[in-house]
Design a protein around this ligand. Structure first.
Ligand SMILES: NC(=O)c1ccc[n+]([C@@H]2O[C@H](COP(=O)([O-])OP(=O)(O)OC[C@H]3O[C@@H](n4cnc5c(N)ncnc54)[C@H](OP(=O)(O)O)[C@@H]3O)[C@@H](O)[C@H]2O)c1
Length: 226
């Protein structure tokens, strides 16, 4: 059955690979990112009924407008993938300036809540839907030099599991560790070592059948992608 899939952060990396993969499987994909050129290219490649909008998830007004447009013109999503995130440049916590720390918190935590605040009421009215919040291995363990990022992903685990306890029957919220994949984000923290990991396209080919099967039975479980 064809579903409506909403994905944040589709301009590159896992979000981009998932957008292409879900569209190929016959689902309708709505996505956002901050890079208008990349979104334009994706729109040209996938065409209607898919839609990709320039939205910064840390900007609540932009998110509100986007979700209203999506629910009015495409429909209420069956699956929401809160994938957009950034990582701090590698450095000990005391060397991260307040602007960079703010950006990581604003996008990785507040951005997820912005989407949830606007998308959950129509999902409740519809009576079904799954929200997957992208966590990380660093949402369940830690490493040096990525403390701001770790803080946000541990927050995602807590936020999502509490949300799961609030949602009515029929809906689900799931924190997902995607694994380790060779994207720009991994290259930022692993450097050249990132190249030994799988590509986003190979990851997405395994993740998509797993994601599409998630449902109320998975509500509140901290999961890891295959
Ligand atoms: N790669 C890994 O090994 C790995 C491991 C564990 C967890 N994760 C998680 O998996 C998710 C995807 O990571 P990735 O590796 O694909 O990262 P990536 O390659 O850096 O891609 C991140 C995506 O998020 C978008 N984005 C960033 N800030 C945004 C904002 N304010 N508003 C809207 N979109 C925004 C980026 O697009 P724009 O720059 O155009 O906005 C981009 O499309 C993240 O949540 C990450 O924490 C990844």
């Amino acid at each position: 059955m064809s579903k409506i899939i909403l994905i944040t952060g589709v301009s590159k990396g896992l979000g981009h690979a998932m957008a292409k993969g879900f569209a190929r499987e016959g689902h309708t994909v709505v996505g956002c990112g901050r890079n208008p050129e990349a979104l334009e290219k994706l729109s040209e490649a996938l065409g209607a009924p898919h839609r990709f909008d320039s939205v910064d998830v840390s900007n609540d007004q932009e998110v509100a407008q986007w979700i209203q447009n999506v629910t009015n013109n495409v429909g209420v999503p069956d699956l929401v993938l809160n994938n957009a995130a950034i990582i701090n440049h590698n450095a000990p916590l005391w060397e991260i300036d307040s602007d960079e720390f703010d950006r990581v918190i604003d996008i990785n935590i507040k951005g997820v809540q912005n989407v949830i605040r606007h998308i959950v009421p129509p999902m409740i009215r519809k009576g079904s839907g799954v929200i997957v919040n992208f966590s990380s291995g660093w949402g369940r363990s830690t490493s040096p030099e990525v403390a701001p990022y770790c803080a946000t992903k541990w927050a995602i685990e807590g936020l999502t599991r509490a949300l799961a306890q609030e949602l009515p029957t029929g809906l689900a919220a799931i924190p997902l560790n995607p694994g380790v994949i060779n994207t720009d984000m991994l290259q930022s923290c692993f450097g050249a070592g990132a190249s030994q990991f799988e590509t986003a396209e190979i990851w997405a080919a395994k993740a998509i059948p797993f994601l599409i099967e998630l449902g109320p039975k998975d509500n509140g479980k901290s999961l890891t992608a295959p």
